[in-house]
Design a protein around this ligand. Structure first.
Ligand SMILES: [Zn+2]
Length: 124
C-alpha cells in the first residue's frame, strides 16, 4: 500500500516536471524569434528577420576569408567559413539571445537585436 502511494507520487512528480520543462522550452523558443543582426568588425551588415520561409544566403568577406550565413525556416547559422577552427559552423543555429554566434578570426557576430534591451531591463 505504501509502495503504491510512493509510485503514484513519483509518477505525478515526473509528469509535473515534464510539464514545467516543456513550458520553459516553449517560452525560451518564443523569446528567440525576433530580428537578428550580423555585424562584421562592429559594423552592421545585415538586420532583419532571424528566419526565412525560403532559404537565403548572405556571403560575407571577413578578415580570415569568406563566410556564408544561411537563414532558413529554422533560423540563422553559419553554413561555411574559411576561418581556421570553424567554431562558428559547429555552433549551428542561433538559439539563444544570450549566446551569439561568433567567428573571432573574421570578427563576425550573429545575434538577436533585442538581446541588449533584455540585459538593460534586468539591470534596472
Ligand atoms: Zn569561424
Amino acid at each position: 500500500m505504501r509502495n503504491k502511494t510512493l509510485i503514484i507520487a513519483s509518477i505525478v512528480c515526473a509528469v509535473l516536471l515534464t510539464a514545467a520543462a516543456t513550458a520553459l522550452i516553449l517560452q525560451y523558443r518564443a523569446g528567440s524569434s525576433g530580428e537578428i543582426e550580423i555585424t562584421l568588425g562592429g559594423e552592421t551588415i545585415y538586420k532583419g528577420p532571424g528566419t526565412s520561409a525560403e532559404t537565403k544566403y548572405i556571403d560575407i568577406e571577413g578578415a580570415a576569408g569568406a563566410v556564408r550565413v544561411r537563414i532558413d525556416v529554422e533560423g540563422a547559422a553559419v553554413e561555411s567559413s574559411d576561418c581556421p577552427n570553424r567554431e562558428c559552423v559547429k555552433m549551428g543555429y542561433l538559439k539563444s539571445k544570450y549566446l551569439p554566434i561568433v567567428c573571432l578570426p573574421n570578427r563576425l557576430v550573429i545575434r538577436y537585436t533585442d538581446a541588449d534591451e533584455d540585459v538593460d531591463a534586468v539591470s534596472k
